[in-house]
Design a protein around this ligand. Structure first.
Ligand code: UD1
Ligand code: MG
Length: 470
């Protein structure tokens, strides 16, 4: 995939401190759209099927290495780490990775804090290099201050000069180095060995390899992109927030391009992967986290938070509902009606046409088709049969202080209002539970079961009067 058939290797620089984040979390682990920035870079790189990826770590190295250790590339034995201590510049960073790299093909060099670079841009870079040319991804900025400037003679790139080292004429150049390069592997180690730190910051600058390539007669290409978002780096919470909005906007546009109807693309947050069938509608201020799928015709009301869940076709989630499947997941069946103000927790599995109304909490419970719990109720560790009607204010008492127990409510049971079902307990099919009952023993099918004090009326009841008043 390096353009000439030889191996592609990737170096991701992630050792910098990120002082301006003012955070104890290493900069590259700050999340964008729910994923650590360096994770975005690694996931994009993975699609290029590189032979090897080396992540250069330094500040917060243990945390960064632990975070990436579970990545598929690591499992495939294609991810390695190189520690850079202390951090003496970007050239020094790549020097630490160099012993792990081979000498043919292309080495693609990326920044861990430039999260939204896209695979096709990288493919263009690698193909332009073809293991022969040094290719720099550039962008023209209105305000280039702080960046390395691309110094050209005619079309040909001659050098990259860092802002702090640049002359006034060079500072007027608006084409800058994105920090992303594709380098012929057979030249890289030699150039790295020749870097010097006699510059304004006394650092080993990676971009200095451009001048070395020119001196060696190796062709240097500056490949320009007009997409600032792809090359935007994050140094501060302000830049992170700005890039988050740009990323969310792109995700929203992609969903709309598939036909998803968003009430307002500026008021959607997808922090993971959202898959949608045809004719899905999403109202404002919804947040989706982890893996969420919405079947055909699903409607999501305003202000819902939905994580790790599968919502089947035709289901409607009314406003202000909170659905979080965490590790167990949540399933909502076809045509189900959820909310407003519903809470579905891990292991909630709802069949077709189930109704869950306001202030109802469901956890680790299966509800068969047509079951309804419309108001103010709790169903935890329960198996609920078809067409069960579960009254307002009723709860499963599933926890005895030490262990959790299961409640089984068979098909067609009606549970009245304000019942306490003390688990483990089974309510037989078709039975009715009188309102206000505390049920501690299994109930027979078809029966009315009641457990509460009998109603009593004392006639002509005299209310107490205040002392001293006749
Ligand atoms: C760098 C480039 C500059 C370019 C800009 C684009 C150099 C000398 N300059 O500048 O031409 O316009 O990026 O954003 O390369 N890092 C290490 N170890 C180090 C230093 C940095 O791993 O010793 C990592 C950082 O974590 C970061 C990346 O390298 O991911 C870039 O470092 P940064 O300090 O942001 O470089 P800039 O000064 O912005
Ligand atoms: Mg930077």
């Amino acid at each position: 995939m390096s353009g000439n058939g030889a191996a592609l290797e990737v170096v991701i620089m992630a050792a910098g401190k990120g002082t301006r984040m003012k955070s104890s979390l290493p900069k590259v682990l700050h999340r964008l759209a729910g994923r650590a920035m360096v994770r975005h870079v690694l996931d994009t790189v993975e699609t290029l099927q590189p032979a090897r990826v080396v992540v250069v770590t330094g500040h917060g190295a243990e945390a960064v290495e632990a975070h990436l250790g579970g990545h598929a590339l690591a499992a495939a034995g294609r991810l390695q780490f190189a520690r850079q201590m202390p951090q003496l510049g970007t050239g020094h960073a790549v020097q630490q990775a160099a012993p792990l790299l081979c000498d043919e093909g292309v080495v693609l060099i990326l920044n861990g804090d430039v999260p939204l670079i896209e695979a096709d841009t990288l493919v263009r870079l690698v193909q332009a290099s073809a293991g022969e040319r040094l290719v720099v991804l550039t962008v023209v900025l209105d305000d280039p201050s702080g960046y390395g400037r691309i110094v050209r003679e005619g079309e040909a790139v001659q050098a990259i000069v860092e802002h702090k080292d640049a002359s006034p004429e060079q500072r007027a150049i608006r084409e800058i180095n994105s920090g992303i390069l594709a380098v012929p592997a057979r030249h890289l180690k030699g150039w790295l060995a020749r870097l010097r730190n006699d510059n304004a910051q006394q650092e080993y600058y990676l971009p200095d390899i451009v001048a070395l390539a020119v001196a060696d007669g190796v062709e240097v290409l500056g490949l320009a992109t007009d997409d600032e978002v792809q090359v935007a780096g994050v140094n501060s919470p302000q830049q992170l927030a700005a890039l988050e909005r740009a990323c969310q906007r792109r995700q929203a546009e992609a969903l709309m391009a598939q036909g998803v109807r968003l009430a307002d693309p500026a008021r959607l947050d997808v922090r993971g992967r959202l898959q949608c069938g045809a004719d899905v509608e999403i109202d404002v201020n919804c947040v989706f986290e982890g893996e969420v799928s919405l079947g055909e015709g699903v409607r999501i009301g305003a202000n819902c938070v939905i994580a790790q869940a599968r919502i089947a076709a035709g289901a409607v989630i009314h406003p202000f509902s909170h659905i979080d499947g965490e590790k167990l997941g949540v399933e909502v069946g076809e045509g189900a009606l959820i909310g407003p103000f519903a809470r579905l927790r891990p292991g909630a599995r709802l069949g077709a046409e189930v109704h869950i109304g306001n202030f109802v909490e469901v956890k680790n419970a299966t509800l068969a088709a047509g079951a309804k719990a419309n108001h103010l109720a709790y169903l935890g560790d329960a198996t609920v049969g078809e067409r069960v009607n579960y009254g307002a204010g009723s709860i499963t008492a599933n926890y005895d202080g030490a262990n959790k127990h299961r409640t089984v409510i068979e098909a067609d049971v009606h549970v009245g209002s304000n019942c306490v079902l003390v688990a483990p307990v089974t309510l037989g099919a078709g039975g009715t539970i009188g309102g206000g009952s505390t049920i501690t023993k299994d109930t027979p099918p078809g029966a009315l079961s009641v457990s509460r004090a009998r109603q009593l009326s004392i006639p002509n009841w005299q209310r107490p009067v205040k002392a001293g008043k006749a």
